[in-house]
Write a protein that binds this ligand. Structure first.
Ligand SMILES: Cc1ncc(COP(=O)(O)O)c(C=O)c1O
Length: 380
């Protein structure tokens, strides 16, 4: 918080930023970032130069780290995603993108000649990651709901039976919250007698939702994936972007190298890594627990359903995929969408009912859309 002993220009700048963020959070409807969290008990840890460089499962020369806490976080997610502790490895990343980079990197190291298959509804960072890794790739069509078109996947795989397949499965797409069906993906492999494949699950947002709903689709290690990425700042909420990546140990062994300088295995993508973000995730896990996450998920899904009903009630067609707090509706009323920080893609817009979004936000947003339309008939 700004403090009166600061130079006036610094003080003024910090106050302006605080104002901007207080107002910004009130109209933060378009992105899957929960703004409701309270990490105040962790503030004292901002005073140490924490650095989690290296493998969290190996003690390093540097004692100013939270590796033991990070291991607990990894084990929490391992259990959530039905992985056996002995068979799994993971670390706290800087977010979903880094986790996807890691998973696809492991896929490439297993199958350097493999081709990556991912749906056109995948996150915009996937083609960039594939370019970085110089991997061969084939984009697969999506259905209207945002899910992978398995017929197109089968045709694409059938045309390249000579090459191993690396499939990026979306466990909740960015715009529509669609979940690719791992059983159907496996059925395609089976029908083509394809034996050499690697599956990475991009569960950036819905990875912290599906474990807390009744009768979720199988999407994790139980369903035969090799690695999975989830973001920490999305559903849980955090002031610093973060995430977790988990992978089968057998894949990580292929890439890990001993580094004398840090006295650890170099099994992560970055060198220096945050010591604070594992602490935040651990704190959220310990204070909310599975019951808290279940209640949070129920709140988000109830608010999403409320939004769908309210929109449809005034004649705006809105819908959502099962178990998703992403509400999809037609792109409209640009100034209102901008004010509420709504994400758009072509003719589609969405709002995301994460933890801080209440029914009153939906009501005000809708009221503004309707007022705009009555003031500017026929104009977006
Ligand atoms: C499906 C999906 N994958 C990956 C990402 C990227 O995650 P991050 O922003 O944590 O890097 C997102 C972000 O919205 C996403 O929705």
């Amino acid at each position: 918080m700004p403090n009166s002993s600061l130079p006036p220009n610094v003080q003024a700048r910090l106050e302006a930023l605080t104002e901007q963020f207080i107002r910004g959070v009130e109209q933060f409807l378009g992105y899957p970032c929960n703004a409701r969290f309270d990490y105040r008990p962790l503030y004292p840890f901002l005073s140490y130069p924490l650095n989690n460089a290296g493998d969290p499962f190996i003690d390093t020369h540097n004692r100013l780290n939270t590796h033991d806490i990070e291991r607990q976080v990894v084990y929490f997610f391992a259990e959530l995603f039905h992985a056996r502790r002995e068979a799994i490895w993971g670390y706290v990343t800087g977010g979903g993108t880094e986790g996807n980079l890691y998973g696809l990197f492991l896929g490439r190291e297993q199958y350097p000649e493999g081709i990556v298959y991912y749906s056109e509804d995948s996150h915009y960072s996937i083609p960039k990651i594939l370019k970085l890794l110089r991997m061969r790739q084939r984009q697969i069509k999506s259905t209207a709901s945002g899910e992978m078109d398995y017929g197109d996947l089968a045709r694409a795989l059938n045309g390249r039976r000579d090459a191993p397949a690396i499939v990026l499965a979306n466990i909740g797409t960015t715009m529509k919250g669609a979940v690719d069906d791992l059983e159907r993906i496996h059925a395609v492999f089976e029908s083509l007698s394809l034996r050499d494949y690697h599956i990475h699950a991009d569960a950036a947002f819905h990875g912290m939702i599906l474990p807390f709903v009744d009768r979720p689709p199988v999407f994790d290690f139980q369903a035969g994936i090799d690695s999975i990425a989830v973001s920490g700042h999305k559903m849980l909420g955090a002031p610093v972007p973060c995430g977790v990546v988990l992978a089968k140990k057998v894949h990580v062994r292929r890439i890990a190298r001993m580094v004398e300088y840090v006295g650890s295995l170099d099994s992560t993508i970055p060198g220096s890594r945050s010591g604070l973000t594992p602490l935040m995730l651990w704190y959220a896990i310990e204070t909310l627990g599975r019951d808290g996450f279940r209640a949070l998920t129920a709140h988000c899904l109830e608010t999403a359903e409320y939004a769908v009903e309210r929109f449809n009630g005034v004649g705006i067609s809105a819908w959502r995929n099962p178990h998703s707090p992403i509400v999809v509706f037609p792109r409209m009323a640009e100034p209102v969408l901008r004010r509420w920080q709504i994400a758009v893609h072509a003719e589609t817009a969405h709002l995301v009912t994460v933890g801080h979004v209440e029914k009153r936000h939906i009501d005000t947003f809708l009221e503004e859309i309707l007022n705009h339309e009555s003031d500017h008939p026929g104009h977006p």
